[in-house]
Design a protein around this ligand. Structure first.
Ligand SMILES: NC(=O)c1ccc[n+]([C@@H]2O[C@H](COP(=O)([O-])OP(=O)(O)OC[C@H]3O[C@@H](n4cnc5c(N)ncnc54)[C@H](O)[C@@H]3O)[C@@H](O)[C@H]2O)c1
Length: 255
């Protein structure tokens, strides 16, 4: 308990999957959670769940790909709680799954808008508040697909590779301001994103067996496996960690 007591944490894409698990865990450990997402209904259900366990959370509708929205929402969060300690850049989409030569510019840009521009906009508008406080932790959710290649989702790979290096550059830029920036690299985690990748719930069992096999530990991960890493990076336990890649992948990239 209380590993992140009274920290103000913004989680993007918080309504489902990894963002939801991280929000619940951070709230349980004493943080105030700004739940931000484009999905209002699921976000409100999450707020209720956090409040029912005596946690503190509020919902802001936010599309991370629209800079003016990010600027307005972050200023609002600051007005409500007086500081911003932690930003979890989690919102992401897998996007189009076609070979590179068949992807249209629009399909490519759709992935970059959320996965790369979103991280840029949110970082840009969180940093001034963190400079104000004199500390901060930015946690960028990349993927194993930001570390190694595969034969699927080329735009997603490019976007997650970008997030990995944005994290390192910002880690160096803001280290002297005591703002830490790290990336997290999950293996396959069972979330709505992966269900969609399988082509719907009815294909989950078959798809799961294949994905289980890709991980040396013998199975896919759960959202909480990643939430524990996010909690560590949000807490003071990681005060000497910046520019790091936290790989949580059941051994996927160890080969
Ligand atoms: N699930 C995996 O196997 C896996 C593996 C590696 C990395 N990741 C990364 O983890 C993060 C979370 O993934 P997930 O599996 O929980 O996905 P998910 O699809 O289950 O949840 C993503 C959330 O982001 C929200 N979102 C989408 N576009 C948005 C936008 N423009 N603005 C704000 N919110 C938006 C969705 O509404 C949803 O609530 C993503 O960045 C993803 O790339 C996931």
């Amino acid at each position: 308990m209380n590993r992140v007591k009274d920290k103000v944490v913004i989680v993007t894409g918080a309504a489902l999957g990894i963002g939801k698990a991280a929000s619940l865990m951070l709230a349980k450990e004493g943080a105030k959670i700004a739940v931000t997402d484009i999905r209002a209904e699921e976000s409100k259900a999450l707020i209720e769940e956090i409040q029912n366990s005596n946690g503190e959370a509020e919902y802001w509708k936010l599309d991370v790909g629209i800079e003016s929205e990010v600027e307005r929402v972050f200023a609002d969060i600051y007005r409500k709680w007086g500081k911003i300690d932690v930003l979890v850049n989690n919102a992401g989409i897998s996007g189009i799954n076609k070979p590179t030569h068949k992807i249209t510019q629009e399909e490519w840009n759709a992935v970059m808008t959320v996965n790369v521009n979103g991280v840029f906009f949110c970082t840009k508008h969180a940093i001034p508040f963190m400079l104000d406080v004199g500390s901060g932790s930015i946690i960028n959710i990349s993927a194993v697909y930001g570390l190694v290649g595969s034969t699927s989702v080329p735009a997603y790979h490019a976007s997650k590779g970008a997030v990995r290096l944005m994290s390192k550059t910002d880690a160096l830029l803001y280290a002297s301001n005591n703002i830490r920036v790290n990336s997290v690299h999950p293996g396959f985690i069972m979330t709505p994103m992966v269900e969609e990748h399988f082509g719907g719930k009815e294909y989950v069992e078959k798809g799961r067996k294949f994905l289980d096999y890709l991980h040396p530990l013998g199975h896919m991960g759960e959202p909480d496996d990643i939430a524990y890493g996010i909690l560590y990076l949000a807490s003071e336990e990681s005060k000497f960690v910046t520019g790091a890649e936290l790989v949580i992948d059941g051994g996927y990239t160890a080969r």
